[in-house]
Design a protein around this ligand. Sequence first.
Ligand code: MG
Ligand code: ZN
Length: 235
Amino acid sequence: MERLPLEKKVLSENDRLAAGLRARFREHGILCFNLISSPGSGKTSLLERTLESLPQNERVGILTGDIQTDNDARRLARFGFPVKQITTGGTCHLDARMIERGLEGWRLLDIDLLLIENVGNLVCPASYDLGEAAKIVVLSVTEGEDKPLKYPSIFFKAKLLVLNKVDLLPYVPFDIDAAEENARCIHPGMDIVRVSCTTGDGIQPWLAWLEQRRHLQLAARAESVVPERARAALR
Ligand code: MG
Ligand code: ZN
């Protein structure tokens, strides 16, 4: 009984900071995604594939969270884009304050796409808004296809499910159609892409999804600018 009010307070403070981040991202035209999965589902591998596929003039920034070590930041830094490790020192999720600090020293005007790799954990990262445009959940075929049913919150909140490691399907008892059904049972209409970071299968549809989100954001911005102009014309 004692814990609940404190947790509520922490989450509402986080929501306040996340709203501030979201406003800054909007102001600077940054599209931000928050990647969430269990440990070992392949978030870092997906980011590696993504960064190696993007043109060098793409203005991407990456914040990668882990409880300890900067191994992932070192893996991701070799693609030449700005990368920063957020080491939480025990905390099993990223929060909006950590993102604020992570962005210190970066010129937001120089970033169009901000990719956040959360700490490997399917539970509390679902509760902490980081100001992202969308959460993306990664599930690999070496896990259970019932994870959407066991961890409904993150599957409900994520816009996209990346089913990773599909090259291993012949060797594991994972029923990929059942996994998709479970995800859509929790989140009807959820976007899903099947990916192998080892073979590169599915990477193009994944990149196309990112690109489509970018167009949606630009369209939304254009829409919010036009009425302003229309109002100005009336003055
Ligand atoms: Mg990682
Ligand atoms: Zn946590």
